[in-house]
Structures are given as structure tokens and as C-alpha cells.
Design a protein around this ligand. Sequence first.
Ligand code: GAR
Length: 191
Amino acid sequence: MARLAVFTSGNGSNFQVIAEKILKTKHTIPCMICDRKKAYSFERAKNLGINSYYVSYFEKTKESAEEEIIKIIEKEKVDIIALAGFMRLLSPMFVEKYKNRIVNIHPSLLPKYPGTHAIEKSYASDDRELGITVHYVDSGMDTGPVIRQESFIRNICEPIEEIEKKIHNLEYATYPEVIENLLDSCAGGNN
Ligand code: GAR
């Protein structure tokens, strides 16, 4: 049995599908951590019965916000951290502390279109192949070793709404599965 923390900043739809899958396994999700007080992910956590924590980055250094996060992670005995729409860069100190234990989902075929508005940037490009990336987190912006990529060939007449739907559906089909595999290998022989 391994313990997962999910970090969010907003809607939390990836958090929802991760929780729906992982809560049916031997693994647990002791907490969801969010840096935006009014994020919808809090509502989702409540409905899922998962503890949630608001960690403000307002008027403090990144390091002190991360110290708060570390206290939660340690208290909740977290093994793996999944960033799911968490729109902040973690410091080198934090990433080093949890090396190979933090993963992220990004809505483009990295290294193309890191950062914000990846779907809009993919849509505006001439690329025929669009997709998503799950990767380990380092202190760069959506860098870090790729774990898995999934893609589709776009129909050039498709509106952005359709592309967005396809990308999110790929995320929902891929990320929970990758996370479950990581939790399985982290739990090792202890299950
Ligand atoms: C997802 O599409 C995720 O890939 C993206 O934010 C969205 C969050 O949606 N993440 C990034 O762009 C990271 N650079 P959600 O809150 O509904 O899961």
C-alpha cells in the first residue's frame, strides 16, 4: 500500500479521475493540497472524502510556502506526489527532497509548448499530431524525464473545443493508470 498526495490549483478534474481510480485499489490518497483558496478541487475533495489543505503563497516566499507543504507531506506520510493542474514551479530544494517521487501531467507533447496555455498553443500550431505528457518533475518548467506520451492525429477542421475535449480525455485515460503503476512499484513487496 502506498500513499499519494495530489497538488491542484483549480478545477481538479484530473484529481477527480485519479481519486476515482486509486481509491478502488489498495493505495490511499491521504491529502489534496491546493494553492488557491476558492479552487473547485476543494469541493471535489470533500465529495471524495479526501483531506484537503490550502497552502497560500501570498505575501511569503516560495520556500516558506513549501515548508508548510513539507510539513503536511510528512504528517500524512506521503510516498508519491502527483501534480494535477498545479500551476507553480517547485523549488530545486523541494524537487531534490522528493526526487523521482513527483510526477506531472501536461496537455502537450513536451518538449513542445511547456508552461501555460499549452492547448491553445498546440491548436494554433501546424502540428498534425497533438497529445499529452506524463513526466517526472524537476525544477524546470514542464521539463523532467518523460514517463509516457499519448497522442492523436487532429482533423484540421476541428474547433478548439473538440481538441480540448480530446486532450482532457487522453489525460483522464492515462494519468491515473501511470500513477497506479508508480504506487504499485513504490509499495514494492509491502502489499
Ligand atoms: C490539465 O489540462 C493539466 O494538464 C494542465 O492543467 C489542466 C488542469 O485541469 N497542466 C498544465 O498545464 C501544467 N503545466 P484540471 O484542474 O481540471 O485537472
